[in-house]
Design a protein around this ligand. Structure first.
Ligand SMILES: Cc1cc2nc3c(=O)[nH]c(=O)nc-3n(C[C@H](O)[C@H](O)[C@H](O)COP(=O)(O)O)c2cc1C
Length: 342
């Protein structure tokens, strides 16, 4: 059914369709009675719960960051079966992001290219969306990033303020230092920035846990374009500061081998997600697993399009997986298939 409606949907601007879908899930999220009515019509197979970072996930499959940036639709989206949903990227202040169009489909590669640049309504708005009822068992993480106008030298202030506001209401927080569409953001993965960021954030996490009795796991979301030497350094910082886990990976600025100079300009700028990313994300996850002896939990994300892809990520060391582009291309059935077969 989804494959049939996909063709006309794919003829229309990608962000417009995304916003349309999101508004349907937003309406379901706003009305608990409507949510409950739909929930009674859906039967989920029992899947085994899994404990990661001290949290109990109802299954291993989550929705990756970027789909529900402002936390408006996660309750409705949970009806698809996701065990966790990552809201965001959320910035401290609202910002408009890059000019449109800024999401492109590349169907022949089963990929998307986006250069969104963290458009969002800001942290205070998201906070309001996160208060109130939650679907049973759903884990809600929030992915946080710095505002465009915040220089890297003071980025840590943005992340600390975001922690203060969002920790009381989030199950986990993901520190995003890997989106390619905010100039300079990925440099925060370098040791000279990352060390201070990791130290101050984990200190804040521990103070918060002591005062409030709630430990909010801190994850680091990383780029697939890091060299082995940079991953090695990064893992050293993660382990020495007790960061709780890694999300691997974000989108890539690299393009598949067959992309050449004749490709449209839209192929060149922005982060690519989907199938071309899969092998690279897998390799990064295996490498992390090897370096840490499996002691640092990983959420694997990047190009999962089938049950087999998800299994390979788990076999490479991922504890959980997330999906975005595969969901856009294959529809909700993919999520259910993976949950039922993992
Ligand atoms: C349109 C779009 C927007 C995204 N926005 C974000 C974001 O705001 N923050 C983030 O950490 N990742 C973002 N991502 C990256 C995804 O969370 C994910 O890491 C990446 O797309 C790889 O997974 P996939 O191949 O299953 O899509 C975005 C991806 C897409 C396609």
């Amino acid at each position: 059914m989804y494959q049939r409606i996909r063709k006309p949907l794919f003829a229309i601007d990608a962000e417009f369709i995304h916003d349309l879908a999101l508004s349907i899930f937003h309406v379901i999220s706003k009305y608990p009675k409507l949510y409950k009515l739909i929930r009674t019509k859906i039967s989920f197979r029992n899947s085994s719960k899994i404990n990661v970072f001290g949290l109990e996930f109802p299954n291993r499959v989550g929705l990756a960051a970027g789909f529900d940036k402002n936390g408006e639709a996660y309750r409705g989206l949970s009806l698809i079966g996701f065990g966790h949903i990552e809201i965001g990227t959320v910035t401290l202040l609202p910002q408009s992001g890059n000019p449109k169009p800024r999401i492109f489909r590349v169907p022949r590669a089963n990929a998307l290219i986006n250069r969104m640049g963290f458009p969002g309504k800001g942290c205070d708005y998201v906070l309001k969306q996160l208060t109130g009822w939650r679907p049973d068992g759903l884990i809600v993480g929030v992915n946080i990033g710095k505002n465009k106008n915040t220089p890297n030298e003071s980025a840590v202030e943005d992340y600390l303020s975001l922690f203060n506001k969002l920790a009381p209401i989030s199950d986990y927080l993901a520190i995003n230092v890997s989106s390619p569409n905010t100039i300079g953001l990925r440099r925060l993965q370098e040791r000279r920035f990352l060390e201070g960021l990791a130290r101050k954030m984990t200190k804040r996490r521990d103070e918060f846990a002591r005062k409030k009795g709630k430990k909010v796991p801190l994850l680091l979301k990383i780029s697939p374009d890091l060299s082995d030497a940079m991953i090695y350094d990064l893992i050293d910082v993660v382990e020495s500061n007790n960061i709780d886990g890694i999300i691997a990976t974000n989108t890539t600025i690299n393009r598949p081998q067959d992309a050449n100079d004749s490709m449209p300009r839209t192929w060149k700028e922005g982060g690519m997600s989907g199938k071309p990313l899969f092998e690279r994300s897998l390799r990064v996850i295996s490498f992390i697993n090897k370096l840490t002896n499996g002691h640092v939990p990983v959420i694997g994300v990047g190009g999962i399009f089938s049950v087999d892809d998800a299994k390979r990520m788990i076999d490479s060391g991922a504890n959980l997986v997330q999906i975005y582009t595969g969901f856009v291309y294959q529809g909700p059935i993919l999520v259910r298939e993976i949950i039922d077969n993992l």
